[in-house]
Design a protein around this ligand. Structure first.
Ligand SMILES: [Zn+2]
Length: 481
């Protein structure tokens, strides 16, 4: 794809931290309870109550910061961000001030080859990540609005990414990478339908070579990976068309209509709202010691970036292959078992991203429910490597039999007589009969129509019921023609 325009995208993600209790009180942090049952005077903002900071939420923010190589600020403060809305009982939200607990850092994602000069991983900068509390939830009906305050005071980590993404595909990859990191760290359950992982996207388009950013539009509340990509593709197209027509987009906030597949204006951005921020007087400054940092660092699991690097380094895979294999922990572990058993990581990767992924997509479920053990797949790959069967027979006949639970590869090969014919005499007899049956094609091939060679090979394979060793077929044909 070649374009005269350049897309700039930055994402802001709100991740609910999976603490047991809320950010400033002892109420349970839980989704799906009866409305207004997980509340207390503190999260309701009753006069005279005092917030107490949840230390676990701070640890989780630090773990995230360490994972993206950010600077963990040893001292930061909570502020009051004041605005009026029915789902905000206190009349202000407690968030962090100019200094966030996590500043800077970067996230490794798969770059989009359509907009980058090379394939592979790229680093996307993180501006900051700060702690804040969630608001309640309003539901608007025809003649009334309902407010559920169970979510009020649930801890959030707001992760502000730098505007370094250059296409909707990169935005999608960034979100996937961030999601995987947060779930690997076990600090967010990542459930997008329940709102545990929410995304706002800022997008602008400018003519290539222009330094100033184009007019920026914000798309709010994108709650699935697919919608993020769709909404951004739609916006990029809309902006590009406006620019081509000599016009410019308007700076505004838009929402994504999933039914119509189009973005729609929510509000025009006038001047920035004045939230009258001031330091929260009821909470002391947040101070983090070096000991605390080191303790958290030591307890961190293997991170997705390290996992991928191990795959590219130890198994000779590309960044893309490592990315695809490590999307899911069980899938990645299965790969490692098979690759070690058959000692052929490249073929294992091809099988897993090909036949196995296709089977999972068609049947639903995952690698565990597929019913093909790592031992069986490894054995099948070895049979191909040893030329007991050819790759085509392995894919078309044996693998489906494994899926159907007909036993192990050896059993299937014997029961169905699928072993490859590698006996030169037997293959030669088949080749001879095919050449005799197609005299016209043979003479045309001899006259220089080389395309007919493939046809004859196909006929031999067919006559041999797909079991003949293609290498031997080619050797014999070389000799005869
Ligand atoms: Zn409470």
């Amino acid at each position: 794809m070649h374009s005269d325009y350049e897309t700039i995208i930055g994402l802001e993600v709100h991740a609910q931290l999976s603490t047991r209790s809320k950010m400033f009180c002892a109420c349970a942090n839980k989704y799906g309870a009866e409305p207004n049952t997980l509340i207390c005077p503190i999260c309701l903002g009753m006069p005279g109550t005092l917030p107490t900071l949840n230390a676990r939420a701070v640890d989780m923010a630090i773990a995230f910061g360490l994972a993206v190589n950010a600077v963990i600020q040893k001292k930061s403060r909570f502020y009051r961000k004041q605005y009026f809305y029915p789902d905000l009982p206190k009349g202000y939200q407690i968030t962090q001030g100019p200094v966030a607990v996590v500043e800077g850092g970067s996230l490794e994602i798969l770059g989009d080859p359509a907009v980058r000069s090379s394939e592979g991983n790229i680093q996307i900068g993180i501006e900051r990540a700060h702690l804040e509390e969630d608001s309640g939830k309003s539901t608007h009906e025809a003649k009334r609005s309902l407010v559920d305050l169970n979510r009020a005071g649930v801890p959030l980590l707001e992760i502000v990414g730098r505007p370094e993404l250059r296409s909707p595909t990169e935005a999608y990859n960034y979100l996937k990478a961030l999601h995987r990191l947060l779930t690997a760290l076990d600090i967010c359950d990542g459930n997008m339908e329940e709102g545990s992982f929410r995304c706002d996207a800022n997008v602008s388009v400018r003519p290539k070579g222009q330094e100033a950013f184009g007019v920026r539009v914000e798309i709010k509340n994108l709650n699935s990976f697919r919608y993020v990509r769709q909404a951004l593709e739609y916006e990029v197209k809309r902006h590009t068309e406006l620019l081509k027509a000599g016009s410019t987009p308007i700076q505004e906030t838009r929402g994504w209509d999933t039914d119509k597949g189009e973005s729609r204006i929510q509000r025009e951005k006038a001047e920035a709202m004045d939230y009258r921020y001031f330091p929260e007087p009821d909470l002391p400054p947040l101070e983090i010691s070096q000991t605390e940092l080191e303790t958290i660092r030591l307890s961190m699991p293997e991170l997705p970036s390290a996992h991928k690097k191990r795959f590219t380094d130890s198994y000779g895979l590309t960044d893309y292959e490592a990315e695809m294999l490590t999307q899911d922990r069980a899938f990645a572990d299965y790969f490692e078992s098979v690759a070690k058993l058959c000692n052929n990581p490249k073929q294992t990767c091809n099988w897993m991203l090909g036949e196995l992924s296709r089977a999972i997509n068609e049947r639903g479920g995952n690698i565990k429910t597929l019913g093909v053990s790592a031992e069986y797949l490894a054995e099948l790959i070895s049979h191909v490597d040893n030329k007991t069967v050819n790759l085509n027979t392995a894919k078309e006949a044996i693998f489906p039999a494994l899926l159907a639970g007909e036993g192990g590869p050896r059993e299937v090969i014997e029961k169905r007589g699928l072993a490859q014919i590698s006996d030169t005499g037997a293959v030669e007899a088949i080749v001879d009969s095919v050449l005799t049956a197609h005299p016209t094609q043979v003479s045309e091939l001899r006259a220089g129509n080389t395309k007919l060679r493939g046809f004859l090979v196909g006929q031999v394979m067919k006559a041999g019921k797909g079991k003949v060793n293609p290498q031997i077929v080619n050797e014999i044909l070389d000799r005869k023609l």
